[in-house]
Write a protein that binds this ligand. Structure first.
Ligand code: NOJ
Length: 471
């Protein structure tokens, strides 16, 4: 197996590997069945991974330290210029994908960045990161853009900034009480500042791409955010407002600026001066700066109103700003079956409701589900989990839900399973297994789970239906 030849001593990719198949069948209407033919001919199916989560070999072949190396290992330092081995590594991946008829979707920045930038600027807290990011994005467009036609600039700025600067559970581990106990940080404002810099960095990179690369290369560029669906906790006006606030502070926070040029009104209202402001030039730069919305969707929560109720007992479940919280059960009844990542529950109908809402708020923008996946709650070593029926059912029910939203008009263009293979689940380490492929952590041997076969058959077979039952 290939060792990692990490890219350019710089940021790292994530790859969404796309497999496309052609079919000409009528759309099925039965709700208990999901088939390939329920989706348009040009609909894209694929699987997703990210560099740091699967590559390993953290100091080999000219790669320098990144923030996650330092966070998960011991401090050191070894910085470098563009790493030719890194370029070669990704060139090989891209070429081989294309050779196999798999079209790459590339995320330019997926959580990890060179430690040097953390040390020098304090990472994304500094506006200098905007230029650093554009430099790297330009390099990617230059070196890979002849073959890569689908770009995501940044993965989950809404999750990354909350973990890194509000809760302090991701590098650079900054936060303040009551959200976390870090040596430095300010949980109220720093995540907002970091996200602000990421959004402007995105918009600058897109401007560059559109002016200098898109005309010749002809690709598209978007950004991916995490998006849960939120259900009201109680049946009153306050709960419905809490749903709106939850969406505003988690999802609209990212996409409103990229589509309309400014933060959602609810964030401006509640956060006041704590919310950074875009200059007039930045508003123009941001407005319409995505060709598509990328959504990583896993779960649904009950939205808690932290103003008018005593329901928000734990800071752990509070959204940015602390104005809303989230719960996974109501009256002792869980919202869905448990998954391995803490708080994730299986709620297939959330996919449809989320997509309906996104379609109303951003009616003219295409959507890709860039991640959707299942990890079992209890980690088991070995091959016991190769017969992963729950994962198959998870995808069948979420796909059926997605297809309902599409029939109502949601412009969904693609769906990627997270993940191609078991990987490193950040602070939850190696005990979370999202893969269609099982990875033996000792030998690195990859074995397809039943779900890998199911997904392959599902994509390839437009007529054969797979019957599903609901969770
Ligand atoms: C979102 C992130 O992009 C990815 O890195 C992570 O492994 C999955 N979701 C699962 O939590």
């Amino acid at each position: 197996m290939l060792l990692q030849k990490t890219l350019l001593s710089f940021f790292f990719f994530s790859l969404l590997l796309l497999v496309q198949s052609k079919h000409n069948h009528e759309v099925e209407e039965e709700e208990e069945v999901v088939t390939r033919s329920m989706f348009p001919d040009d609909f894209i199916f694929g699987v997703a991974t990210s560099a740091y989560q699967i590559e390993g070999a953290y100091l080999e072949d000219g790669k320098s330290l990144n923030n996650w190396d330092v966070f998960t290992h011991h401090p050191g330092g070894r910085f470098g210029e563009i790493n030719p081995s890194g370029l070669m590594f990704y060139n090989n991946i891209i070429d081989n994908l294309l050779l196999k008829g798999i079209e790459p979707f590339v995320t330019i920045h997926h959580f990890d960045l060179p430690q040097e930038l953390e040390d020098r600027y304090g990472g994304w807290l500094s506006p200098h990161m905007q230029e650093e990011y554009v430099y790297f994005a330009k390099l990617c467009f230059e070196k890979f853009g002849d073959r890569v036609k689908n770009w995501m600039t940044i993965n989950e700025p809404n999750v990354f900034t909350q973990f890194a600067y509000m809760r302090g559970t991701f590098p650079p581990r900054r936060c303040s009480l009551p959200f976390g106990n870090c040596s430095a940080g300010n949980s109220d404002v720093e995540p907002l500042i970091a996200a602000h810099n990421m959004l402007i960095a995105h918009a600058k990179a897109v401007k560059l791409y559109r002016n200098h690369f898109q005309p010749k290369q002809g690709g598209i560029v978007g950004l991916t955010a995490n998006a849960f669906h939120y259900e009201p906790y109680t049946n009153d006006e306050f709960s419905y407002q809490a749903v709106e606030r939850s969406y505003a502070f988690n999802v609209d926070w990212i996409f409103d600026p990229l589509i309309y040029g400014n933060y959602p009104a609810l964030m401006r209202k509640y956060l006041g001066k704590d919310l950074p402001k875009f200059s007039k030039e930045e508003v123009e730069l941001l407005k319409g700066s995505i060709d598509f919305i990328g959504i990583n969707h896993y779960s649904t929560f009950y939205a808690l109103d932290c103003f008018n109720s005593n329901d928000c007992t734990s800071t752990e479940n509070r959204a940015i700003g602390g104005y809303t919280g989230r719960a996974i059960a109501r009256n002792g009844i869980p919202i869905g079956d448990e998954m391995g990542v803490f708080g994730f529950r299986i709620v297939p109908y959330g996919m449809e409701k989320l997509l309906n809402r996104l379609s109303l708020r951003y009616p003219n923008t295409s959507i890709y589900i860039t991640e959707n996946g299942y990890c079992p709650p209890n980690y088991q070593e070995g091959t016991e989990l190769l017969q992963d029926f729950t994962r198959i059912k998870f995808h069948q029910t979420y796909l059926a839900s997605m297809s309902k939203a599409m029939r109502k008009g949601a412009k969904v263009k693609g769906y990627f399973v997270w993940s191609f293979m078991d990987n490193f689940e950040w602070i939850q380490g190696y005990n979370i297994t999202f893969g269609l492929y099982y990875v033996d952590r000792n030998t690195m041997k990859r074995t397809p789970r039943l779900s890998a076969k199911w997904f392959k058959d599902f994509i390839a077979n437009g007529e054969k239906s797979s019957t599903i039952s609901t969770f």
